[in-house]
Design a protein around this ligand. Sequence first.
Ligand SMILES: [Zn+2]
Length: 250
Amino acid sequence: MDRTAGQLQLTGDFVRGARFACSACGAEDCSVHDTEPRQWRHLNCFQYACYIQARQPRVTCPHCGVKIAPVPWARPGSGFTILFEAFTLTLMREMPVRAVSDLVGEWDTRLWRVLDHYVTEARDQRSLDTVTGFGVDETAARRGHHYVTLFVDLAESAVLFATPSKDATTVTRFVEDFQAHHGDPAAVTDVTMDMSPAFIKGVTTHFPQAEITFDKFHVLKLLGDAVDAVRREKRKLCPELAGTRYLWPE
Ligand SMILES: [Zn+2]
């Protein structure tokens, strides 16, 4: 234990003559060819950052030649244990990656790689063959004109796809991803959106069976603006309308 650095190092090793599996084909009982010193960040032990150190064997596989042997506590290529990855993923659901980076003392680029790996893996396994409707809306990604368009499964309250910008090409990118995940554009019968001409064009092109419903939120906003415009207009003739803006239902 290095109290100054706040680190606990756990060192493991294997007995001479031990045999391991091949990471490429899964063949078991392969002899060790050589080893490589490795280190994996593990869950903290009390307030100390904890690391597992071990010699990772490379085996001589009868089918594949010299291959690395997998370790049970980490996925191949990761410098974190599976439990540490699970911990940071849990945090990344709740706060920005940068905040997690500060909290655990790891570069945010490393955490982004973990997040990318598991999100990609989860999305690859996801089938969208039962999706028959979705909502689409854009949101500002940061200050200025940086937009992200979200496609959401309204039945499952789950994001289906997110992509930069808010033009008609976002729908093109979505339909490609949708089909790659076994979604059937012809099976989509309901789409909700704002009155954006770009979304209307994209959806009518790629989802010909879909009936478009404008979000109540966007319709009511237009209605509220119209009522207010009339109120302002009439106020000149009816002074009692002054200060009544918020009395009018939206
Ligand atoms: Zn092999």
